[in-house]
Design a binder for this molecule. Structure first.
Ligand code: CTP
Length: 409
């Protein structure tokens, strides 16, 4: 292995939170911590109470040059160890070793120690290096937990085969520190060498709100999660991102410039303006196709009869950008409930998209609100159906496709 500085260049200056759980492999966490520090990363360590039985906090504190965090608060002076600020601080959270117990708790959202509450609060990429006996690793429960965590975007650094602490030989031995450091390096390297670096992208996200009167409106179920994940991912890969956002309750992703709008008309103007000097756009918003022809200035009072609302068409933002795009990249979404692929293909041509990301509301795990999505990419050459993935992972795949388009253009 080459020296740390050369081998893990992308780790320099990164803030890495290292989680250590109670496994015999905890001794390797010391070597990992050292490698990360040598590569120029800032490291903080959070341990489970049991991990202290395997490696001393003093060792980890000395190597990381930071106090070790184990408890929710310091029993001496009552100082609170905030899992939220730890999660915000980190550019990446790596749990190595990760026991079967911790993986199961991560999957179900158990929050009975600082390492786990930090996992639940972390917004950064998370990686785990499982370590356990071969039968525990092969057990369907563990395998199912790993599959589910992968679907949510957790990176698994696979254990190796070899002699285990139990004396048995098989798969379950934690990956070597060099391998873990290399996968963290790859996580950041992809982001610094991206063709998206310095490119300007517009992303639309969330639901629009069409006022009926001062009290009521027409809207839809979009939460904006997919669009926000895309904006965050493009920014992580170095793009300058303008996020034109309808109504959502999500925090603005790091490094993204957010412009809030309400109605489809407002979104049209904000998006067209931002697209003028952009290299591309991803149209993820659920834009109302119709808006009340007139907005009542006072609250509409009920009476006994039916109420008919006259609606007018809104402008199609994506189709408008499609007429102006030239060689720029334009990505659209299609949310369909029937004849999914045919409808999505029609949108590809009609709106002049480079590719369409199709979600079908018929797929379990896809659609509004959740953290997973099941999509198919459709372009002029064909279709690529992806498995059920976390929205973060879908965002990474979309960003990857945009990168190849930018390289070709
Ligand atoms: N879109 C847009 N402006 C609109 C309507 C849609 O930019 N006024 C974009 C969406 O963000 C998405 C794509 O167009 O990227 C397709 O949206 P969708 O609602 O699936 O399709 P529509 O064009 O509205 O067609 P239909 O309602 O007939 O399915």
């Amino acid at each position: 292995m080459q020296s740390g500085q050369v081998a893990y260049r992308a780790l320099e200056g990164r803030r890495i939170l290292l989680g250590v759980t109670g496994s015999i492999a905890a001794y390797k966490a010391a070597a990992l911590c050292r490698l990360l520090k040598t590569a120029g990363a800032e490291v903080r360590v959070v341990m489970t109470p049991l991990a202290k039985q395997f490696i001393t906090p003093l060792t980890m504190a000395t190597l990381s040059k930071n106090p070790i965090l184990v408890e929710f608060f310091d029993p001496e002076n009552g100082a609170w160890n905030s899992h939220v600020s730890l999660g915000e601080w980190a550019d990446c959270y790596v749990i190595a070793p990760a026991t079967a117990n911790t993986l199961a708790k991560m999957r179900t959202g158990v929050a009975d120690n600082l390492l786990l509450t930090t996992y639940l609060s972390a917004r950064c990429p998370v990686a785990v290096a499982p370590a356990m006996d071969l039968d525990m690793y092969a057990h369907p429960a563990t395998q199912e937990n790993l599959r589910e965590l992968t679907a949510r975007g957790v990176k698994i650094v696979e254990p190796g085969e070899g002699e285990l602490a139990s004396g048995l030989t098989g798969k379950g031995r934690m990956a070597e520190p060099e391998e873990i450091a290399a996968s963290l390096n790859a996580l950041f390297a992809a982001r610094t060498d991206s063709p998206l670096r310095g490119r300007r992208f517009v992303v639309t996200a969330g639901a629009t709100i069409e006022a009926i009167d001062p009290v009521r409106f027409i809207s839809n179920h979009s939460t904006g999660k997919m669009g926000y994940a895309i904006a965050g991912e493009l920014a992580r890969r170095g793009a300058e991102v303008v996020l034109v956002s309808g109504r959502t309750s999500l925090p603005t992703p790091a490094g993204v410039e957010r412009r809030d709008v309400l109605s489809a008309d407002e979104m049209f103007h904000a998006t067209v303006e931002a697209f003028a000097d952009a290299d591309g756009a991803v149209m993820c918003a659920a834009v109302a196709d119709y808006t009340p022809a007139e907005v009542a200035t006072t609250k509409i009072k009920k009476n006994d009869g039916e109420l008919t609302l006259a609606l007018r068409r809104t402008r199609d933002i994506a189709a408008h950008l499609g007429t102006q795009k030239g060689r720029r990249v334009l990505v659209g979404f299609a949310l369909e409930t029937d004849h999914e692929a045919d409808n999505a293909e029609a949108k590809l041509t009609k709106k002049n998209f480079d590719f369409v990301v199709l979600n079908s509301l018929r797929d379990p795990g896809a659609g509004f609100g959740g953290d997973t999505n099941k999509v198919t990419f459709i372009d002029r050459r064909g279709r690529e159906e992806l498995p059920l993935l976390s929205k973060t992972e879908v965002a990474a795949r979309i960003a990857g496709r945009i990168e190849s388009l930018l390289t070709k253009n």
